[in-house]
Write a protein that binds this ligand. Structure first.
Ligand code: HEC
Length: 236
């Protein structure tokens, strides 16, 4: 039986240490009656075209002990640019952080837009309105080049197809760089999706390529993200 320590500070002004067994759900009586706190937040999203569709976007509370949220709410695409108000309720002392993040089907976070440590020993928490940038190069690097393992081939000295997609190199290798397979186009041209060969490769419009990339990117959200980033001028 694996035992672990659960630290609960702030109760009765002291520090109580509890032992629990592996199910993690044996708590003293008082715990059951404890009304947990609520965390309220307001998010203003820019560029709603890059709002996720395939990945659930959640606002959730997390603990150090498990990767799935303890409590969460799903945020649906707002109809207009009004800020979105969300809350997670009844948070118990093991909640140590909150996140606004995209999740996979197993409810694990895959990309976080906003993170904050919380201390639930006190009162409810109100997070001031925060601007959330849905298009970021970090999101592209993580969710496209790393998640789909492009980096397994596009790394090293020159990379497959003379293209490096590792985090330190990818931006400079793509933006305003001429494609070696199809030199009439750039790999990526800011504000010009028609002159961005990376989309031809990923959407399978270039039959000449020795390594077809068919089906590498499985979520439409990630292609939409790339296109929106290009249309909006390729911010770093
Ligand atoms: C299994 C290895 C492999 C993986 C994984 C891979 N690629 Fe490639 N990629 C290649 C090879 C090989 C070429 C060159 C093909 C040729 O010369 O015809 C290439 C070419 C390209 C090109 C064209 C470069 C140019 O200048 O014309 C782009 C863009 C590209 N890959 C993007 C990606 C992206 C984005 C991913 C991930 C979604 C990815 N690749 C995953 C092997 C791979």
């Amino acid at each position: 039986m694996i035992k672990f320590l659960l630290k609960i500070s702030g109760w009765f002004g002291g520090l109580i240490l509890l032992f629990s067994c592996d199910s993690g759900d044996i708590y003293p009586e008082e715990y059951e009656h404890n009304e947990g706190i609520t965390v309220y937040a307001t998010f203003a999203f820019d560029n709603l075209n890059a709002f996720p569709d395939d990945y659930p976007l959640i606002f959730g509370a997390f603990s150090d002990k498990q990767s799935t949220p303890l409590a969460s709410v799903r945020i649906m695409k707002p109809k207009n640019h009004e800020p979105v108000k969300v809350s997670v309720n009844n948070l118990k002392p093991d909640a140590t952080s909150i996140m606004l993040c995209l999740t996979d089907p197993g409810r694990q976070p895959v990309f976080s837009f906003f993170e904050m440590d919380i201390n639930v020993a006190g009162d409810s928490i109100i997070i001031p309105e925060s601007e959330i940038s849905l298009i970021s190069y970090e999101r592209i690097q993580n969710l496209v080049f790393e998640q789909y393992n492009c980096v397994s081939c596009h790394q090293g000295n020159t990379g497959a197809g003379n293209l490096l997609l590792t985090a330190d190199k990818s931006y400079n290798e793509l933006v305003n760089k001429v494609s070696y397979k199809n030199p009439v186009k750039n790999r990526v041209t800011p504000s010009d999706i028609g002159n961005s060969f990376v989309l031809d490769v990923l959407e399978d419009r270039n039959l000449d390529i020795a390594q077809p990339h068919t089906g590498f990117v499985t979520r439409n959200d990630d292609i939409v993200l790339l296109k929106e980033w290009i249309k909006n001028g390729c911010k770093r």
